[in-house]
Design a protein around this ligand. Structure first.
Ligand SMILES: Cc1cc2nc3c(=O)[nH]c(=O)nc-3n(C[C@H](O)[C@H](O)[C@H](O)COP(=O)(O)OP(=O)(O)OC[C@H]3O[C@@H](n4cnc5c(N)ncnc54)[C@H](O)[C@@H]3O)c2cc1C
Length: 398
């Protein structure tokens, strides 16, 4: 399949993060011809740095939006085991689903009081969250510091390795015939003048290397900077934190999305796995075991736009808090320090579903939960593209 000015596909998916890839895979399984357009390399955005927690119970926040995100999260976490299994079967790649649950711990009396409130809140919502005394928490995780006061166990909050998921989705998409075009920058949506219907996108190739089902496309590779149009029956916007900046949309048809910066570290235990079994969460951060001796320590939450650098202060806070709870992390090796941008809408709820213009569907604004919400987003978007009414209309945030 080719997707250039001379041809038209059923669906163009913009953005090759976990959301765009999941949508492309699901849509192609339902019989659509799909092109996926990614300006860099697949999975290089927020998905690349994400810790991979699938944690609706630990994440739930007070308020109306919190409940809505919880409802989406609970549905999606329930879909993950089948999604992972199907993806692994299709791709032959293990996605690192770890079903060991999550511990949220309190370090002092103030945090313990807050954790009691959080336990009561989860209880009122009917969520499975167990109250553990400090000794019970340390029985489960002996590496915890003796200063821990109280813990909440969320046995149904799991984790996955987002980088493996991307590798598996790439393979599964290729096998389904999705045309993957990396280094293809989408500048603007193209609208039909009379109907204001989105009919395609305007792109430029950043450098050679458009990949189709494992091979290289001939004839479609453009010179740096040259523009072409790609026409599609539907366009799904899944460009994460960059979703607010796409050209060609009238003001009222935009969804405002801002980047929420996160600094995060990857650590490795030279002695192998075993320091921690469960995801550990605490005020201001978390430590996620990968099951192979790798750990992810995260993450800052910063409203600083697209500021690309890690800072001494950010790294200090992560290590200080992590070490206070699990002193053994001082023996781990630092493998990587990463910065990523969570896509945040004004109310931090995702925008999933048809936009204000015909032919345009949003799959963005997943903020802290894009890994968790990928299976559900792919299902909702695909059903919507096939003509079903979906329950979650996009919010026209202002
Ligand atoms: C530090 C950190 C930790 C996180 N931890 C978790 C976690 O534990 N669990 C969880 O559920 N979520 C987590 N998240 C959130 C999660 O990473 C995001 O919600 C999710 O990755 C969003 O996926 P996406 O595909 O929408 O965006 P992205 O992964 O950012 O992908 C968007 C893609 O669009 C491409 N793009 C942008 N503009 C254009 C354009 N004009 N043309 C073509 N392509 C374009 C980008 O290059 C990028 O590849 C974390 C985020 C951060 C920053």
């Amino acid at each position: 399949m080719s997707a250039n000015s001379a041809s038209k596909v059923d669906l163009a998916v913009l953005g090759g993060g976990i959301v765009g890839l999941s949508v492309a895979w699901r849509a192609s399984l339902s019989g659509m011809s799909v092109v996926l357009l990614e300006r860099d390399e697949l999975g290089g955005g927020a998905t690349h740095v994400a810790a991979g927690m699938l944690a609706p119970v630990a994440e739930v926040e007070f308020g109306e939006v919190g409940r809505r995100v919880l409802e989406l999260g609970v549905r999606s976490v329930g879909m993950w085991p089948d999604f992972a299994q199907e993806l692994e079967l299709a791709s032959g790649i293990d996605v690192g689903l770890c079903r060991t649950g999550t511990l949220v711990v309190a370090r002092d009396d103030d945090e313990a009081r807050e954790l009691e409130r959080q336990l009561a809140f989860r209880d009122s919502l009917g969520l499975r969250a167990l109250r553990l005394r400090a000794s019970e928490a340390r029985e489960r995780e002996p590496a915890l510091a003796s200063t821990v006061r109280l813990a909440l166990e969320a046995p149904d909050d799991h984790s996955v390795d987002p980088r493996r998921v991307v590798a598996a989705l790439r393979r599964a998409c290729e096998l389904e015939g999705v045309l993957i075009r990396e280094h293809t920058h989408v500048h603007a949506l193209e609208l039909e003048a009379d109907t204001k219907r989105v009919v395609g996108v305007r792109v430029s190739q950043q450098r050679a290397g458009a990949v189709e089902a494992g091979g290289v496309l001939d004839g479609d590779v453009l010179e740096d900077g040259a523009c072409e149009s790609i026409y599609a029956g539907d366009v799904v916007v899944a460009v994460g934190a960059w979703s607010g900046g796409l050209g060609g949309l009238p003001e009222g048809a935009r969804v405002p999305v801002r980047p929420v910066k996160g600094q995060i570290m990857r650590l490795r235990d030279p002695a192998g796995p075993g320091l921690l079994q469960r995801v550990l969460r605490f005020e201001g951060g978390y430590l996620v075991p990968r099951g192979d001796g790798g750990y992810v320590l995260g993450a800052t939450m910063e409203e600083r736009g697209f500021e690309p650098c890690a800072t001494a202060g950010g790294v200090y806070e992560l290590l200080r808090d992590g070490h206070e709870l699990v002193p053994g992390i001082s023996e781990l090796r630092i493998e990587e320090l990463g910065v990523g941008y969570r896509p945040g809408t004004p109310d931090n709820a995702p925008v999933i579903g048809p936009g204000a213009l015909k032919g345009l569907t949003w799959a963005t604004g997943h903020h802290r939960n894009g890994i968790l919400l990928a299976p559900l987003t792919a299902e909702l978007v695909t059903r919507s593209l096939l003509g079903d009414e979906i329950e979650h209309e996009p919010i026209s945030s202002s």
